[in-house]
Design a protein. Structure first.
Length: 375
């Protein structure tokens, strides 16, 4: 018989405790995967800022797990790297030692991606085999695993754009696709994990307006973060290092210098940076409205805390963005700015999850199975 999982009163003796334990166990695993994806995004930022992303010229998902083991292998990889424009235009003559410095960062980045796959797939099989995943959760996790595999191919699609003639870095729009897919995976896993810990919504029915505002905010925030990757991919942060004006103008003079006009949105540093500034300012304004709206409502304490944390993180993020720009993109500031963007997204998702509509959730009384529907 279906029952409200808030108290699990309809469970057979002993099963309620087991269900709670399985929820926490699976949620902990998924939160761990989220942490690994956050580290992956940070490693990606360091790889890009250090110019390491094009140092490995082969996509070898299995054999590429091991680094070069002898001098001959190093020379082989270095010879491949010397054939691409980045070496010829930026690094010509920096020698094998210089190549090794940029190689290791990209190798660690790719290795971490493989470790995420193992950390996801291994426990998934074990939880499934031991009956700790209900059918609805299984489907979502399999889809996430398949998209994660696709992310590796998208990563190579991005790297390959840096091998084109006269190119010294990856195409900005491909970088944006790569980061956007990583964020989609992150949010999907985070949402499932939160549903395991908080299967029954506790928000007031009057929270509908706040929920819609949060939904719009999450979309705006996602677009803003992806727009930031376009700034990174086009190296727009190294230009117009003043704030709030750009060379004395609110809108830069050469905002529309590319033809066709749509090219400005992804490849014109002036337009890309202005767009990111505008979106970030909108995020700041909407976050203030969210906090004000939420605190006027009778929300549970966790939801109020989530909104407060969100407001603080957005303010910090805005200041980090301005500082990164004014200091001409120093690596530590740029990496912190990128990592905090994911934390802002995390706070927004947590806040949204806390005000989702109230509903009943059925639990099937099957021994040994975590069988609730994660909301």
């Amino acid at each position: 018989m279906p029952f409200d999982v808030q108290d699990l009163s309809g469970a057979i003796p002993g099963e309620a405790v087991a269900i709670r334990r399985y929820r926490r166990l699976v949620a902990g695993w998924l939160f761990g995967i989220c942490g690994m994806i956050l580290v992956m995004i940070v490693l990606g930022g360091i790889t890009r800022l250090s110019g390491s992303g094009l140092s490995i010229m082969e996509w070898a998902p299995l054999s590429g797990t091991l680094p070069p083991l002898d001098h001959a292998e190093w020379e082989k990889l270095f010879a491949l790297y010397r054939t691409i424009p980045q070496y010829q235009l930026l690094h010509e003559g920096f020698g094998l030692a210089g190549f090794q410095r940029i190689f290791w960062m990209e190798w660690v980045h790719r290795l971490w991606g493989r470790l995420i796959g193992i950390a996801f797939f291994g426990p998934l099989v074990w939880f499934w085999w031991t009956g700790r995943l209900q059918p609805s959760l299984r489907t979502g996790l399999v889809v996430i695993f398949l998209i994660g595999g696709l992310q590796g191919a998208v990563g190579w699609f991005m790297v390959a754009s840096g091998f084109f003639p006269d190119s010294t870095s990856v195409a900005p729009y491909r970088l944006a696709i790569h980061l956007g897919l990583a964020l989609v995976l992150y949010v999907a896993i985070l949402w499932l994990a939160l549903g395991l810990l908080r299967p029954v919504p506790t928000a007031s029915p009057a929270a509908g307006a706040l929920r819609r505002l949060l939904q719009g905010f999450c979309v705006l925030l996602f677009v803003t973060i992806v727009a930031g990757s376009l700034v990174a991919g086009s190296h727009a942060g190294f230009e117009y290092n003043t704030f709030p004006l750009m060379e004395g103008r609110l809108v830069p003079a050469n905002y529309s210098r590319l033809h066709p006009w749509l090219g400005n949105l992804v490849a014109n540093p002036a337009a890309v940076q202005f767009n990111h500034r505008l979106l970030a300012t909108l995020v700041l304004g909407v976050s203030m409205a969210l906090v004000a709206t939420g605190f006027r409502m009778r929300l549970p304490a966790p939801s109020r805390i989530a909104l407060a944390v969100l407001g603080v993180l957005v303010g910090v993020q805005y200041l980090l963005g301005v500082a990164t720009l004014l200091e001409v993109v120093p690596l530590p500031l740029a990496v912190i700015h990128q990592a905090n963007a994911v934390l802002v997204l995390t706070a927004a998702v947590v806040a949204l999850h806390g005000v989702r509509p109230t509903r009943k959730v059925s639990v099937q009384s099957q021994p040994g199975m975590l069988s609730h529907t994660a909301g």
